[in-house]
Design a protein around this ligand. Structure first.
Ligand code: GLN
Length: 259
């Protein structure tokens, strides 16, 4: 009888040890799992004022770059930034090559199926854009026309949803800069882009384009990790964002870029 009790106790102990959170085989469980880790963060490369190359210093600057640096400093973690483009960043996060991305990325329900997002740190929507003096003034003028969109963006998604209704064709570009050039040179009749970004290009980079509509589908921008992974990093980002908002550093960053 005593022997049986001892066996039962031993089995019970083994089972309870196996069920401890640290032994469950879940890579993303403990709070110290990432200690000392250098995170790999991906971003866009021509999406001013959020991320763009500063020709003077040959470094990427912008709202996202500054927010990332401020959050990492506040939370005491290291990271390396790879400015590779928007579609490339989405791919890098999904394949696990990147731990996260910050790229003026709109938080959508569709994307929530494959990404986990931080709290929103900015809000923007999309606008229709054409050359000044163009016959295209609204979506209704797009029948038989070519609309330039950027791969994997919400602008492209929106254009796809209305292209039949208005009878236009979509051509895709990897970067915002190449997309604008297509409209400037006339190989496309219009493009759709985030309001703040095209606004910056027109005002600060002298891109000869005109905004035709009010911002549509206004939503938050978020820092993103692959769904179900890097939850510790996501928590740190949210905590850091809260702190830099409280300290006024967040406001200073926006002010630096004209907000
Ligand atoms: N905000 C847009 C999106 O998330 C565009 C982002 C970008 O081009 N970097 O789709």
């Amino acid at each position: 009888m005593k022997k049986l009790l001892a066996i039962i106790l031993a089995v019970a102990m083994l089972v309870s040890v196996a069920l401890l959170p640290g032994c469950s085989g879940n890579k993303d469980s403990g709070n110290t799992a990432d200690a000392g880790k250098k995170y790999v963060i991906y971003s866009d490369n021509a999406f001013a004022p959020f991320e763009f190359l500063d020709k003077k210093t040959d470094k990427y600057i912008g709202v996202d770059m500054d927010i990332m640096a401020a959050v990492a400093k506040d939370q005491g973690f290291e990271y390396e930034m790879h400015n590779e483009g928007f579609d490339a960043s989405m791919g890098a996060v999904q394949s696990g090559q990147a731990d996260a991305m910050i790229a003026g990325m709109t938080i959508t329900d569709e994307r929530k199926k494959t990404f986990d997002f931080s709290q929103a740190y900015f809000e923007d929507g999309q606008v229709l854009v054409a050359k000044p003096g163009s016959k295209v003034e609204t979506f209704k003028d797009l029948k038989g026309k070519k609309v330039a969109c950027k791969t994997s963006t919400v602008s492209g998604e929106y254009a796809e949803s209305i292209k039949k209704k208005y009878g236009f064709e979509i051509t895709y570009f990897e970067g915002s800069d190449t997309m604008y050039q297509a409209v400037v040179t006339g190989s496309a009749d219009a493009c759709i882009e985030d309001f703040s970004v095209i606004g910056w290009a027109i005002e600060s980079e002298n891109v000869k384009l005109k905004i035709l509509t009010k911002p549509l589908n206004v939503k938050g921008y978020g820092f993103a990790v692959k769904k179900g992974s890097n939850s510790e990093l996501l928590k740190k980002f949210d905590a850091g964002l809260k702190n830099i908002k409280k300290s006024g550093e967040y406001d200073e960053i926006l002010k630096k870029y004209g907000y």
